[in-house]
Design a binder for this molecule. Structure first.
Ligand code: ADP
Ligand code: MG
Length: 617
């Protein structure tokens, strides 16, 4: 048998390597930006078209390359940054593998223009699929400009795998921001399809953060400084009251490189202990300087993970210095730093009286109440309504018609035939429809055949979800006009996302007067929500979108409806009067899928008389 093992041709090897280095247009941006920084650029311009799918151009004023280096730079393992293996342990540059340019040139049409200070004419090179197709002397300013066109043109599977322009440009903005945040001494700009998304002058860290995140970021920052033998920490944490619903504003930089570290993140979160509301994430921009010898950045090909020699010490130092800052800047005035933090009462509880546990009694509940009475009661308002009239009014419009439940029940497709069929089917069973609440969490109703227990939050989420979906896809919802338009601050990233879902949001009743770089003007909102909830609702929405990054129209609509429904639905722990309870029950069983909430969790359970009988056997 003849030999079967062969060496792969270079261009094939490069294509394979490219798979590791270049996942999407954003990876190209990252590599090119890093090269420009390594080349000591003081000004870097990024121009992209169609989210980088047709063009990515990075132009710098760095040291440039001479003709030989320009040719060499596209070879695999060609790097000017390390010469011997030992150099790996004292790295000051971002690149060192010598793989990026070779990989990019293997899967795109690349044009390089570069000139060093000493040369009078520069070099212009064209490389397509690893082949140099032309090489000319050219006039070009000092520095390097690289254009990457038609990414993945020769790997259709990869190209098809790319997400929508919106999603890809979001990734690009992420990478761009990470690099720009780490290097305020360099000026950056980013232009997408002719629109200037960022224009960042050279400045200090604080101003760079504000320039990128926009709006009133500056007021929200608390400085953190610490200098020890093993690490120098500088940077900022966001004041706890501005904590976000998403992790979008959390940045660690180690020796000016963005890194991800769940372990260090934990240290930061721990230092905020007791200061944050549930499910909110503190913003932070922390710059750590360590001896390059004490870290290993080589463990991940895209280099965002990192291994520290002394992680435990780092954790402790980070935690204590943030705690110190929060205390010093009066953000956490009650914390006593000498004491063991475990013994501290969480901040939020400090000034509150201890709550005496009490048995909850619904004083409005009257099992003999007639239908008419409860309408009167609704008009008068239950406990919940007193606090938040606006939200509930529209919910109750359905109650005007007594026949509504029957009409709705006809539409039930769920296996509920037998459950609901004899549930509320017959008119004479009105009395049995009375409901009550357990633990402000469950709504209990009697059935002909037993007992029905409904999770109020999940039920309401299901109801709102179907309603919202209908509004977005079939008919638009009505809006309530705001007397004074709302102006809400968002960072650019969030604004980009809101732009993307603006149309769908408008179908639910939002009216946007304008969406600027870091501010959103709202003149109308859905009738189901109150003005005070708008900000938190939109923040949650953006956070949900960040996690999921839906790609096509349908999953986008679906996620939107899910997120809004979840935020708008009554929470566990909310006292509902009987009209409110019955309203939820009636609407639930008019739903297409009453048994599950949109997140596939059980909405209700039943206990049949047979089962009850067994318990008494
Ligand atoms: P690495 O950055 O790991 O060295 P790259 O493939 O990214 O590998 O780049 C190869 C080499 O090309 C670099 O080591 C550098 O010498 C040169 N180079 C790349 N981009 C630039 C640039 N913008 N300015 C000057 N030199 C560059
Ligand atoms: Mg590089």
């Amino acid at each position: 048998m003849s030999n079967v093992i062969q060496l792969l041709p270079d261009h094939v090897a490069n294509q394979i390597a490219a798979g590791e280095v270049v996942q999407r247009p954003a990876s190209v941006i990252k590599e090119l930006l890093e090269n420009s920084i390594d080349a000591k650029a003081s000004r870097i311009q990024v121009v992209i078209k169609d989210a980088g799918k047709s063009l990515i151009q990075v132009i710098d004023d760095g040291v440039g390359m001479n003709l030989t280096d320009a040719r060499m730079s596209f070879e695999r393992h060609a790097t000017s940054k390390i010469k011997i293996a030992d150099d790996l342990f004292s790295l000051k540059t971002k690149g060192f593998r010598g793989e990026a340019l070779a990989s990019i040139a293997a899967i795109a049409h690349v044009e390089l223009k570069t000139r060093t200070e000493d040369d009078e004419v520069g070099t212009c090179l064209k490389v397509e699929g690893s082949q140099v197709v032309s090489q000319d002397a050219c006039v070009t300013p000092k520095g390097t400009g690289i254009s990457v066109k038609n990414l993945f043109y020769n790997i259709p599977a990869r190209r098809n795998f790319l997400k929508s322009d919106n999603v890809e440009s979001r990734h690009i903005i992420d990478e761009f921001q990470r690099v720009a945040l780490a290097h305020p001494d360099i000026s950056f700009s980013l232009i997408h399809n002719g629109n200037e998304l960022f224009q960042l002058p050279t400045t200090n860290f604080r101003q760079r953060i504000t320039n990128i995140l926009g709006g009133k970021t500056n007021e929200k920052l608390v400085p953190v400084e610490e200098d020890t033998e093993i690490v120098k920490i500088s940077g900022f944490v966001g004041k706890p009251e501005f904590a976000k619903k998403s992790r979008g504003e959390q940045f660690f930089f180690v020796n000016n490189r963005f890194i991800k570290s769940p372990y260090l993140n934990h240290a930061v979160v721990a230092s905020f202990e007791g200061l944050l509301k549930d499910k909110s994430y503190p913003s932070y921009f922390l710059y750590l300087e360590v001896d390059p010898k004490s870290i290993d950045i080589n463990i991940h090909p895209t280099k965002t993970e990192i291994k520290f020699d002394d992680e435990h010490a780092l954790y402790a130092i980070l935690k204590s210095s943030i705690k110190h800052s929060l205390g010093q800047f009066n953000v956490a005035p009650m914390l006593d730093f000498e004491r063991d933090s475990e013994l501290d009462t969480p901040y939020e509880y400090k000034n509150k009286k201890a709550d005496v546990p009490q048995v909850e009694v619904d004083r409005n509940f009257n099992p003999f109440q007639s239908e008419n009475n409860y309408k009167a009661q609704y008009a008068g308002g239950g406990n919940y309504q007193k606090e938040k009239p606006a939200e509930w009014e529209s919910l109750y419009s359905g109650l005007q018609s007594e026949s509504e439940p029957e009409v709705d029940l006809k539409q039930i497709e769920f296996e509920s035939e037998e459950v609901t069929g004899n549930l509320f089917g017959a008119k004479e069973e009105q009395a049995e429809k009375s409901t009550f609440q357990v633990q402000k969490k469950y709504i209990v109703s009697t059935l002909k055949s037993g007992i029905l227990v409904i999770d109020q939050h999940r039920a309401h989420t299901r109801v709102l979800y179907e309603e919202l979906l209908k509004n977005i896809t079939v008919s638009s919802a009505v809006s309530q006009q705001l007397l004074f338009p709302l102006r809400l601050q968002f960072n650019r990233h969030e604004v980009e996302m809101l732009k993307e879902i603006k149309d769908s949001l408008e179908q639910t009743g939002f009216i946007f007067s304008e969406i600027k770089q870091d501010e959103v003007g709202i003149t109308g909102i859905p009738t189901l929500i109150s003005e005070s909830e708008v900000e938190i609702l939109l923040e949650q929405l953006v956070a949900d979108f960040e996690k999921d990054v839906p790609d096509n129209g349908f999953s986008q609509t679906d996620l939107l409806a899910k997120s809004l429904a979840k935020s708008m639905a009554v929470r566990s722990g909310t006292l509902l009067n009987s009209a409110e309870q019955q309203h939820i029950v009636n609407r639930l069983f008019a739903c297409k899928e009453p048994g599950l909430n949109p997140f596939n969790k059980t909405v209700f359970t039943t206990l049949s008389v047979d089962e009850l009988d067994k318990k008494f056997a």
